[in-house]
Design a binder for this molecule. Sequence first.
Ligand code: ADP
Length: 189
Amino acid sequence: MILKSINGKRLVLKIGDITEEDTEGIVNAANSSLMGGGGVDGAIHRKGGPVILEECKKIRETVYKDGLPPGKAVATSGGNLKAKYVIHTVGPICRSEKMTERNKEVLKEAYKNSLLTASELGIRSISFPSISTGAYGCSVEEASKIALETVIDFLKRDNVLEEVRFVLFTKDTYEIYKKSLNEILKNED
Ligand code: ADP
């Protein structure tokens, strides 16, 4: 585990299963349908139980009739999870090795809007998975830099969140996030 202090707030990198986290919120790398799926999305719905899907269906019937657009975020309760809230966001789909500028922008928005949603709910701690680097195929090297830069930038300005965790599913992903974080913090001094 790595713990860094950013503007007096905690930034944590760890290996783990996000559905086990005890932060007040956890972020779901969902798809636009909000009807569940594979990867982290499937794991969250399985462990959280049917309440999450019921709330997602209500969101589809009201605010997001055509689905949640990539880069946006929306909250439901956490059902049976330890987390009180699940914040669903949709990352970009990468079709080539290098991320396009548009996809970088969408990924940044996905992190930013998840953080804003958390802050609006008064959540003090939140966990993120590595959005878009599973089924959505983006490179962990590139995605990790955007993820970390966006979170660090937010923590410098926000006064609600006290802790942000990146809960990475594999050691390889964790190592790449660790390397990106060290590079970002080195460039800051
Ligand atoms: P996307 O469609 O946004 O790429 P995926 O769920 O396919 O989302 O993958 C995103 C990342 O989440 C991948 O790095 C994957 O290994 C990871 N992941 C899958 N299950 C879990 C879990 N239970 N906890 C944390 N991370 C997970």
